[in-house]
Design a protein around this ligand. Structure first.
Ligand code: DQA
Length: 145
C-alpha cells in the first residue's frame, strides 16, 4: 500500500526557515523518518514537495488512483486553497492533515483550514514528529479498510 506524503510551499526550506517555529530538521530528514517508519508497517511512501498549487493538485489526482492514504501539510495553502480542498474531496482514501507548528497558537489568519473540512484527522504542534503520528494513524485506518 502506498501512502502519499505531500508538502506545500516553503517546506523545502524546513530546518533553515524560522527554526524557532519549525525546528532544525530538514524535509529530507522527514522523508527518511517517514520511510523508516512505513517499512515495518508494510507501507510504501510517495514523498513530494512543491511550491506550486497546481503541482500539489496533480499529485492529489495521482493519489486518487494510486494511494491507500494521503498525509498532507498544505503549508500556507491550508488557509487559502479551495482548489486543494476540492481535489482532496475527489479522493475516497483517508486524508490526514499535518502542521509542524500549532496553527491555533499563531496569527488568526492561520486558525482556519480549508483542508480540515475533508481531513479525517488533524495533527498540529507536534513538530516533525507529527508526520510519524499521522503515519501511525494511517496504518490503523488502512488496516481497518
Ligand atoms: C505550516 C503552518 C502554516 O500556517 C504555514 O503557512 C506553513 C507551515 C506548519 O507546518 O506548521 O508554511 O503548515
Amino acid at each position: 500500500k502506498i501512502i502519499y506524503v505531500l508538502n506545500g510551499p516553503n517546506l523545502n526550506l524546513l530546518g533553515k526557515r524560522e527554526p524557532e517555529i519549525y525546528g532544525a530538521q530538514t524535509l529530507d530528514d522527514v522523508r527518511a523518518m517517514c520511510e523508516a517508519a512505513a517499512a515495518p508497517k508494510g507501507l510504501e511512501i510517495a514523498f513530494h514537495q512543491s511550491n506550486a498549487e497546481h503541482v500539489l493538485i496533480d499529485w492529489i489526482h495521482e493519489a486518487r488512483e494510486a494511494a491507500a492514504g494521503i498525509i498532507i501539510n498544505p503549508a500556507a495553502y491550508t488557509h487559502t486553497s479551495i482548489a486543494i480542498l476540492d481535489a482532496l474531496n475527489t479522493c475516497t482514501c483517508p486524508v490526514i492533515e499535518v502542521h509542524v507548528s500549532n496553527i491555533h497558537k499563531r496569527e488568526s489568519f492561520r486558525h482556519h483550514s480549508y483542508v480540515s473540512a475533508r481531513a479525517d484527522a488533524v495533527i498540529a504542534g507536534c513538530g516533525v514528529e507529527g508526520y510519524l503520528l499521522a503515519l501511525q494513524r494511517m496504518a490503523t485506518l488502512c488496516a481497518d479498510a
